[in-house]
Ligand binder design. Sequence first.
Ligand code: KIV
Length: 287
Amino acid sequence: MAKKTILDFQNMIRLGEKIVYLTAYDYLTAKMQEKAGVDMILVGDSLGMVALGYDTTFPVTMNDMIRHCQAVRRGAPATFVIGDMPYMSYQISDETAIENAGKLIKEAGADCVKLEGGGPRILDRIRAINEAGILVMGHIGLTPQFMGQIGGYKAQGKTAQAAMILIRQAKLLEEAGACSILVEGVPAAVGKAITERAGIPILGIGAGSFTHGQLLIYADMVGFYDNFTPKFVKKYAQVGDILTTAFREYAQEVREGTFPLNAEHTYKMPEEEIQELNKLLTDDNQS
Ligand code: KIV
C-alpha cells in the first residue's frame, strides 16, 4: 500500500474517516503497526520513559530521536512517521528549530515533525519550520515538556476560561502553518470544540472521541509500560505479563536443565564426524 500523505489525511477528515495514530520507538514494533494498518506513527520523546528508562522526557536528545526514528522508518517504510522534537531542540531560536527539524526529515527519515506548546514563541517556530518546507504538527493541552509550569502530568482546559485559551491556541497554530494538531489530556468538550473549528486534522490523546483521530502510547495500550497508566488508556493486551511469564519459564528451564533439549534446539553433526572428533580429542589428550 502507498504511504499516506498529508493530502490523504485531509481527505480522511473530509470523509469523516478516523485517523489511527500510535507511538513506536523501534523496528519490530513499527513493523507490526504497519502490518496492522496504523495510519501514522509518532516517534515520541516519550521514548525517554518507555525505551530509555528516564522519569521524564527532558533528557532525550536529538541523537536519541534520530536513532529511534531511523529504526521506526526501517520497520514501517510505508507509514507516515512523525518525529518528535525533544526538549530544547526548538525552543531557543527559529534557526535551531529549522536545523533540528531538518535532521529529523533528512537523517532520520521522518515525514513530519511535532513540537509542543501554543504560545507566541512556538507560533514563530511553527511558522519558521513550515516556511522551510517541513510538515509540522502542533501539540497542545497536556504538554509534558511544560511539566514544570503546568504542575505535572495534569489534564488541561478543565475550566471554560482555560478551554478557550486552548481553542484559540489551536486556531493560531493552524494559521501559523501547522499541518495537524495533537491535543492531549483535555475534556471531550474541548477536543470537540477544537475539532469543529479546525481545517486541519486534529488528533487526540485523552481528548475524547470527537477528534479526527486517536493516538495512544503503544506501550500503555498493550500493557508493556506499567510504571504509570493514564486514565484515558484502554489496555488491548497484557504483553508485559506475557513476557514476564516467558522470561520466568526460560529461567526455570535453564536452571533445571530442561532447556535446551539436544534433540530439538541444537545443530546436528553427522555420526562419523562425532566419532572423528572423539578420536581427535583422545589423541589431543594423549599428546
Ligand atoms: O512523546 C510522545 O509520545 C507524545 C505523546 C505523549 C503525545 O508526545
